[in-house]
Design a protein around this ligand. Structure first.
Ligand SMILES: C[S@@+](CC[C@H](N)C(=O)[O-])C[C@H]1O[C@@H](n2cnc3c(N)ncnc32)[C@H](O)[C@@H]1O
Length: 217
């Protein structure tokens, strides 16, 4: 296992990791198509951790570009390593705080996004730090193309119900579809069969995975 320091050194030398200190970090906004050298749709995974979803989708759909976003460089390293080994040129990672995403993705530049097993942040005073809270949703609305899907998966019932409630209160949400038992559902997204480390653990404990998708009208 490589040390944290060695992972950071690897990340610094890799084209598929965009992070502070690299010239591309300052210029990537509005230029993702140049980075990938194609005009394919840009799909984001927010709080990607080790990037299992980003890499999994990248393998399945070579005609989309996938960017996993996380603040933790040592975790991103894992996904970036797999993407390099498998020569997945449609996969990259961006190391930022998600609150700052509008500095890196132009209005309407993203085709769709996935929020996979975010930290539930159960304390009331942390409500606005939840990645599905209203202030984050407003940010996603700005960076998504019209009709771009938001996908959300979680093990956490409280976070899921909070998110549903927030979305149902908004006037600008369309196509809201959800299930409290993703793996027993017939959602087309289930066919991707990408299961992250977190998800595996929850499923093994018998916890049902909750999933929803919607877009901004
Ligand atoms: C519970 S883990 C889930 C990782 C991955 N999605 C999975 O399913 O395996 C949540 C991840 O989100 C990242 N994260 C949480 N809040 C974040 C934020 N505001 N900005 C960037 N990353 C964040 C954490 O660093 C962590 O890697």
């Amino acid at each position: 296992m490589r040390s944290k320091l060695a992972r950071f050194t690897d990340n610094a030398a890799r084209k598929n990791v965009i992070e502070p200190g690299k010239p591309v970090f300052e210029t990537i906004k509005g230029n993702w198509h140049k980075h990938f050298e194609n005009g394919h749709p840009l799909v984001l995974e927010l709080g990607c951790g080790k990037g299992e979803y980003t890499v999994g989708l990248g393998r399945l759909f070579p005609d989309n570009n996938y960017v996993g976003i996380d603040v933790k460089g040592a975790r991103i390293w894992k996904g970036s390593t797999v993407a390099e080994e498998e020569q997945l040129h449609n996969v990259a990672f961006l190391r930022i705080m998600i609150l700052d995403i509008e500095q890196f993705v132009a209005p309407g530049e993203a085709d769709s996004l996935w929020i996979t097993f975010p930290d539930p942040r159960p304390r009331d005073r942390d409500e606005k730090r939840r990645l599905t809270s209203t202030r984050f949703m407003d940010i996603y609305k700005n960076i998504l193309r019209p009709g771009g899907w938001v996908h959300f998966k979680t093990d956490n019932t409280e976070l899921f119900d909070f998110t549903l409630e927030q979305l149902q209160q908004r006037k600008d949400i369309a196509g809201l579809t959800y299930t409290h038992d993703f793996h027993a559902s017939d959602m087309p997204e289930r066919q991707h069969n990408i299961i992250t480390g977190y998800e595996k653990r929850f499923v093994a404990e018998g916890i049902r995975i909750k999933y929803l998708k919607c877009y901004f009208a």
